[in-house]
Design a protein around this ligand. Structure first.
Ligand SMILES: *Cc1c(COP(=O)(O)O)cnc(C)c1O
Length: 401
C-alpha cells in the first residue's frame, strides 16, 4: 500500500470508508475452512451494541446507528442482513477470493454460490519442515534446491540407500524423544505410523480402532506396527478430549500387540519430529472438512509416506501406490457429504494388511521408491515458493475487471 493510502487524514481514506469499491481494490481474501465454526457470525444487535455509535441526524426510516462512521444499512448490505457474517463481509470487500486447495475452492463455491472463488493450494516452507538429515542429502545431490524448491523433483535420482539412511536417522531421533517423554522403547525396525492433529471429532483420531480385533489380527498375521499419536483438544471440546482418553486407554490394552504412544504438547517442534520420524503419515478426517492439510506435506518432504482420505491437498498429490495410498472413495460431486465411516475403515484395514505392512517388510526397494516419488513429485510442488508465486500472479497482481 502506498503511504498516502494509509494516512487516515487523506481524501482517499475518507472516500474508502464510504466506497466499498475502493476497499475492494486493496483486498484479497483467503477462506480457510469449510467447518462452520471457522465462519464467525454475530447477531446484528450485538454488533450495534459494541461497534455502533448513535446517529444524531437520522431521518425517519433510517437506522440510528453508525459503525466507524458508516451507516448500518451499508454494513448490513456487506455482511448479510440477518446477521453479521465475517466471511460475507470479507467476500464483499475483496477483489479476489480463494480456497486453500482445488477441492476446497469447489466446496467454498458451493457454500457461497454467488461469489467467484478461486483456489490456490497451500504449501509448506521447505527449510523449516525438511529435517536436517534430508537437507544434507539434498545439499549433496540437488544443487540449488535451497533457492528453488521446484528442483526437489531431482530427488528421484538420489541413491535409495541415502534416502533410507537419512530416514532412519530421523526415525531414531523421534524414538529417542518418545523414550525420554513417554518412557516407551519403540523398535526402529518396526513400521511406525504417525497421527497428529487437533483432537476434534471430524478428524476421527480413533478410526483405526473401530475394530480392535481386526487391528490385532493384522499386527499378528501380516506384520507388526507401532503408532505414535499427538494432538490437543480445545478446552471446551468434550468429544475431542474423549478421543484422547480412548486412545490412551487403548495404549494400555494393546501394549503387547500394537505399541501405542500418545505424546503430550503437540507443537511445531514435535510436529517436525513426527512428520520426519515416522514411516507412514495417517490422516482420516471426515470429507470434505479438510480444507487443505499441511502436515502431510511436511511428511512428504521427509520421505514419510501419506496414507490419507482423498480430501484437501491429497486429492492433488495422491497417485495410488506411486506417491502413497488413499483411504476410502474418491470424492464426487454427488457425495459431497461426510461419506461413511464403514467404507473408510474397511479400506484402511485392507490396505494396511495387504499393501502397507507387506510392502514395508518385504519390498523395501518399492517402499523407498514411493518415499522418493513423494519427495520429488509432491515436495517440489506443495511448498511455499510455488504457493507465493501463485498468490502473486493470481491474486496480488490481478487487475480488477
Ligand atoms: C503442521 C501443523 C499443524 C497443521 O497440520 P494439518 O495437517 O494442516 O492439520 C498443526 N499443528 C502443528 C503443531 C503443526 O506442526
Amino acid at each position: 500500500m502506498r503511504e498516502h493510502e494509509r494516512d487516515p487524514e487523506s481524501v482517499w481514506f475518507e472516500q474508502a470508508r464510504w466506497d466499498p469499491e475502493l476497499v475492494k481494490d486493496l483486498c484479497v481474501f483467503t477462506t480457510h475452512t469449510p467447518v462452520s465454526a471457522g465462519h464467525d457470525r454475530f447477531s446484528n444487535q450485538l454488533v450495534r451494541k459494541i461497534l455502533g455509535e448513535p446517529r444524531q441526524d437520522s431521518k425517519a426510516g433510517e437506522q440510528p446507528y453508525l459503525i466507524h462512521g458508516i451507516p448500518f444499512e451499508v454494513v448490513d448490505r456487506l455482511s448479510g442482513t440477518n446477521e453479521f457474517h465475517m466471511t460475507l463481509l470479507a467476500l464483499n470487500l475483496s477483489r479476489y477470493a480463494n480456497g486453500v486447495a482445488q477441492r476446497h475452492g469447489q466446496v467454498s463455491k458451493e457454500m457461497f454460490p454467488e461469489y467467484e472463488i478461486d483456489a490456490i493450494t497451500n504449501g509448506v516452507h521447505v527449510p523449516t519442515w525438511m529435517a536436517e538429515d534430508f537437507q544434507a542429502l539434498m545439499d549433496r545431490y540437488v544443487s540449488g534446491w535451497r533457492k528453488d524448491s521446484f528442483l526437489l523433483r531431482q530427488a528421484v535420482g538420489i541413491p535409495p540407500d541415502g534416502i533410507w539412511a537419512a530416514h532412519q536417522k530421523c526415525k531414531a531421533r523421534l524414538l529417542e524423544y518418545v523414550r525420554e517423554k513417554a518412557g516407551v522403547s519403540l523398535d526402529p525396525e518396526v513400521l511406525t505410523i504417525g497421527f497428529a492433529r487437533r483432537a476434534t471429532a471430524y478428524k476421527r483420531a480413533d478410526l483405526l480402532f473401530r475394530d480392535v480385533e481386526r487391528l490385532k489380527h493384522i499386527a499378528r498375521d501380516a506384520g507388526s506396527f507401532q503408532l505414535v499419536y499427538a494432538g490437543k483438544a480445545h478446552p471446551r471440546d468434550e468429544s475431542g478430549k474423549d478421543l484422547i482418553r480412548r486412545i490412551v486407554r487403548l495404549s494400555r490394552e494393546l501394549a503387547d500387540t500394537v505399541p501405542i504412544v500418545y505424546l503430550e504438547n503437540y507443537d511445531f517442534s514435535l510436529g517436525g519430529l513426527m512428520t520426519s520420524g515416522v514411516d507412514v503419515w495417517l490422516n482420516n478426517p471426515q470429507r470434505p472438512q479438510e480444507a487443505s492439510g499441511t502436515s502431510g506435506m511436511k511428511a512428504t518432504l521427509n520421505g514419510v509416506i501419506n496414507f490419507s482420505v482423498l480430501d484437501g491437498w491429497w486429492i492433488e498429490g495422491h497417485r495410488e501406490g506411486i506417491t502413497g495410498w488413499s483411504i476410502g472413495p474418491r470424492p464426487s460431486k454427488a457425495s459431497r457429504g461426510a461419506g461413511s465411516d464403514e467404507a473408510d475403515v474397511f479400506d484402511l484395514y485392507e490396505k494396511l494388511e495387504h499393501v502397507i505392512v507387506p510392502t514395508y517388510y518385504k519390498k523395501r526397494s518399492e517402499w523407498i521408491g514411493i518415499m522418493q516419488n513423494g519427495l520429488a513429485l509432491n515436495g517440489s510442488f506443495f511448498n511455499t515458493n510455488r504457493m507465493m508465486l501463485q498468490y502473486v500472479t493470481s491474486a496480488y497482481l490481478r487487475k480488477l475487471d
